[in-house]
Design a protein around this ligand. Structure first.
Ligand code: THU
Length: 137
């Protein structure tokens, strides 16, 4: 199913309000639902030392992991700009660690436009945990 769960949408929309983005003025909100039905959210957290910035997806994933959950069922990322906020390359890899090729990634912009992709579409032929199987043999 590619339609967006309204709870997932509302939670990302509200996470957007907590963005700390005084440098880019680009707020990002993220919400994810786990395969066990729990929701976690995050907003981007910038830093005067720019490269220390945390993306909203990284913050949402940190919340999930710190509560003992490990599997993302679907995720929604919304940005405060006019363009749909697709996850950056690093965040696609972060999502990959806890998701599978068919996991839905919903994206949105400030005007209410949305689109849905699978992780496999946004990060084809990914390097993931399976690549490191058997490394301890
Ligand atoms: N940003 C995210 O939070 N997630 C992304 O996937 C793309 C970029 C944030 C980082 C920075 O605070 C701002 O957007 C502009 O790059």
């Amino acid at each position: 199913m590619t339609s967006l769960d309204s709870t997932l949408f509302e939670k990302a929309r509200s996470a957007l309000n907590y963005s700390y983005s005084p440098y880019s003025h680009f707020a990002v909100g993220c919400s994810l639902k786990t395969t066990t039905g729990k929701y976690y959210t995050g907003a981007n957290i910038e830093n005067a030392s720019y490269s220390v910035t945390l993306c909203a997806e990284a913050v949402a994933i940190a919340h999930m992991i710190s509560q003992g959950e490990k599997k993302i069922a679907e995720i929604f990322v919304i940005g405060s700009g006019d363009a749909l906020c697709t996850p950056c390359g690093a965040c696609r890899q972060r999502i990959r660690e806890f998701a599978s090729d068919d996991t839905l990634i919903h994206i949105g912009d400030k005007n209410g436009h949305r689109a849905t992709f699978t992780l496999g579409e946004l990060l084809p032929h990914s390097f993931g945990p399976h690549n490191l199987e058997h490394t301890h043999d």
